[in-house]
Design a protein around this ligand. Structure first.
Ligand code: ME8
Length: 583
């Protein structure tokens, strides 16, 4: 086996535009999805996490951003899927790629770029990348043999295999992690000198403790680098066995390994090999835990070998199971995102996945849980509060009411709340809680804990409902000027809370947030996160919304849902005690 010396390029430099501060660029990415079958909620979850981060960044005015997604169209897996479907790989990919594009668009994933690995621009980038690896001495040709797992598209070492029996009862080996059968493969391949990168990878991670989040995944990768073998990686297949892929430049007998091909999508999308300097390495990859090694070990090593810096961050999430079981076609429990969005609405389904999905651990999906959560938090608590606080009976002028400092005086110490005003200690707690919400939500988004941000919003919504319920504004006598002032103040505080919730929910429930903010007469230019204030009148500052005419759409913010399979009631007919309008 001839191994030319590896010329490790000089330490990769960061692009000038990627330092901290305003105007900072960021490429957020989802994995590119295998075009061998239709999308399911696992794929959608990856995309929604990336979308919520991208939208949140945009609302913060954080600087130019892109959100890339796409389809992974080469390799044995696709070749076999096409053969099984009685079609050609290009035809299968065309159809399935279309399904992904459609599902992501339907789910309001605001992608700016959609990469297909069968596109010429991508092929050009992969061939160039390969040439740089080869010229730098990172590749060599060798005989490779090992157990290949086609569904995972990788060779697996003995330590990751288990003995089983196949459908005919013959002994076989399977992947310990996924249970898929592996096959002995013996070929002449190009090898990538991965083993040379153990030290550089360790240094990169030690110097960048934020590079992989959540933290348990960071530790897992460090452990791999410290304790496990890191053999060289086979990066091509014999073309006679795998014609569906990009041929190795200058060696038409070999096809480039599908994972090298796929990972380069993150560069081809930003114009590699010409224009990528503007964006790379300001990249943040959202990936499932099953593809962590490819993104946190192979990809940074390949980049270093090509003279480029590793991506800034890799955000990792766990998996969805369905009623405690792995999702699989054979079990017939694959959750179809299109049907779910049809039943629960796009915003409802987005909210559920992002509120209940915890990146650190697997999450279980079942329909009762979706219905219960959405009814409680979106229909009753949030929608109900909007309806009750804007009902014609309580707010006949249909305006953003005014705030009275006499009723709700500013206090330095909440324990003095039984002073001259009408607000009580819990009301001051509400004000403090909502005032700190935008920064807490921003910190949770930054820490890839969107579920915690939503939990915190839901808690505030409950507190606001408590405030409204405690003071029973519908019982106040409008004819008495003092009561009228207090009534208006209660409504003003409630609408201010709702304005903050609507603004903060935009990355997660964009349509419902739009309806909520439009109803509160918040203009499109007033929906950003950087200038979000709460209750300025409490501090003696002017409130631009006070006295404004409210928006005309008085429809329900979010319909109460039935369990799937039960007859669906027209949302306009639904009037629960909290969801219906106040009479
Ligand atoms: O791996 N729960 O594509 P893919 C949550 N083409 N997420 C899930 C999931 C589940 N049950 N099942 C899958 C590939 N995912 C490669 C990626 S990127 C350069 C190449 C997530 O279609 C999974 O974790 O098998 C992965 O992040 C993504 O869907 C793509 O899966």
């Amino acid at each position: 086996m001839l191994r030319p010396p590896l010329r490790l390029p000089c330490p990769p430099r960061r692009a000038a535009s990627t330092g901290p501060g305003p105007g900072r660029r960021l490429l957020l990415s989802t994995p590119i999805f295998y075009a061998n079958g239709p999308p399911h909620i696992g794929h959608l979850y990856s995309a929604l996490l990336a979308d919520a981060l991208h939208r949140h960044r945009g609302l913060r005015g954080a600087g130019p951003g892109r959100l890339s997604t796409g389809t992974d169209e080469h390799g044995l897996k696709i070749q076999q899927a096409a053969a099984a479907a009685g079609t050609s790989p290009p035809e299968l990919c065309e159809r399935v790629s279309g399904l992904f594009r459609q599902a992501l668009t339907r789910a309001a994933v605001s992608f700016t770029d959609f990469v297909r690995t069968s596109e010429p621009r991508h092929r050009r980038a992969v061939c160039h990348f390969w040439g740089v690896l080869r010229d730098g001495g990172a590749l060599y040709k060798g005989r490779y043999e090992g157990w290949y797992c086609t569904p995972e598209e990788c060779f697996l070492p003995e330590s990751q295999l288990a003995e089983r029996r196949d459908a005919q009862g013959r002994p076989c080996k399977v992947s310990l992690e996924t249970g898929h059968q592996v096959h002995w493969t013996k070929e002449e391949n190009y090898m990538f000198r991965l083993s040379a990168f153990r030290g550089p990878l360790r240094d990169w991670l030690r110097d960048n403790p934020q590079a992989i989040a959540p933290e348990p995944f960071y530790r897992r990768v460090l452990r791999w680098l410290e304790e496990e073998d890191l053999p060289d990686l086979s990066v091509s297949r014999e073309r006679s066995r795998l014609p569906w892929g990009i041929p190795v430049p200058n060696d038409p007998t070999q096809t480039i390994y599908v994972w090298v091909d796929a990972l380069v999508n993150y560069l081809s999308v930003v114009g590699y090999p010409e224009g990528h300097g503007q964006w790379w390495p300001a990249a943040c990859h959202v990936v499932g835990k099953d593809i962590l090694k490819f993104h946190a070990v192979y990809w940074p090593a390949l980049l270093m070998a090509a003279g480029l810096a590793p991506p800034e961050r890799i955000l990792v999430h766990s998996h969805w199971t369905v009623r405690g079981q792995k999702m699989s076609k054979s079990l017939g429990n694959v959750v179809d995102p299109a049907a779910s969005m049809e039943h629960y609405t796009v915003d409802g389904f987005r909210y559920f996945l992002l509120r209940q999905g915890v990146p650190e651990r697997d999450c279980d999906y079942y329909e009762e849980k979706v219905v219960k959560l959405l009814n409680a938090e979106l229909a009753d608590a949030l929608g109900g509060l909007l309806n009750r606080s804007t009902a014609p009976s309580i707010n006949p002028s249909n305006t953003y009411p005014s705030f009275s400092q006499a009723c709700f005086p500013k206090l330095l110490d909440h324990r003095e709340a039984n002073g001259p005003g009408r607000a009580c200690a819990e009301d001051y707690e509400l004000v403090a809680s909502v005032a700190s919400l935008p920064l807490e939500v921003a910190a949770y988004f930054e820490g890839f804990q969107i579920y915690k941000a939503l939990e915190r919003v839901a808690l505030c919504v409950r507190q606001s409902n408590g405030f409204f319920q405690r003071h029973k504004p519908w019982k106040l006598d409008r004819a008495d000027p003092g009561e009228q002032r207090w009534l208006d103040t209660i409504l003003h505080v409630t609408l201010e809370c709702l304005r903050v919730y609507g603004t903060l929910l935009q990355p997660v429930t964009p349509h419902a947030a739009h309806r909520l903010l439009s109803r509160l007469a918040v203009g499109p230019e007033e929906r950003g996160l950087s200038a979000l204030t709460f209750l300025p009148r409490y501090h003696g500052d002017p409130c631009p919304f006070e006295g404004r005419q409210l928006g005309p759409d008085t429809g329900l913010l979010f319909p109460r849902l039935e369990m799937p399979g039960r007859p669906r009631v027209d949302p306009r007919e639904l009037r629960s005690p909290t969801n219906g309008r106040c009479k």
